[in-house]
Design a protein. Structure first.
Length: 92
């Protein structure tokens, strides 16, 4: 996602909203990395690690501001991760 310079923020996006968007972009990148590293692992320790990540993901997916940002930010990521998020974590 192309992030405009602060001087380009004349379109009514508040600084706080912009910061939230950037932080969610970073968070989603970390969650995607965890998905790619752990979701299909067969060792017990990696399965336990993935279980912890799933709980963390679900906690964020319950937050209204995260759910509001997901449609804009989510499609940039790995298709398998996006499918996981939409089928398992972002369900109502």
């Amino acid at each position: 996602m192309d992030l405009p310079l602060e001087s380009d923020l004349d379109d009514g996006i508040s600084r706080k909203n912009r910061q939230e968007q950037v932080l969610f972009l970073i968070l989603i990148s970390i969650l995607e990395r965890a998905y790619l590293m752990y979701h299909d692992q067969s060792t017990d320790i990696k399965k336990r690690q993935w279980t912890g990540w799933v709980e963390y993901i679900r906690d964020y997916c319950r937050k209204e501001n995260f759910r509001r940002r997901w449609p804009t930010l989510g499609p940039q990521f790995d298709k398998g991760f996006v499918t996981f998020m939409e089928k398992n974590s972002l369900r109502n």
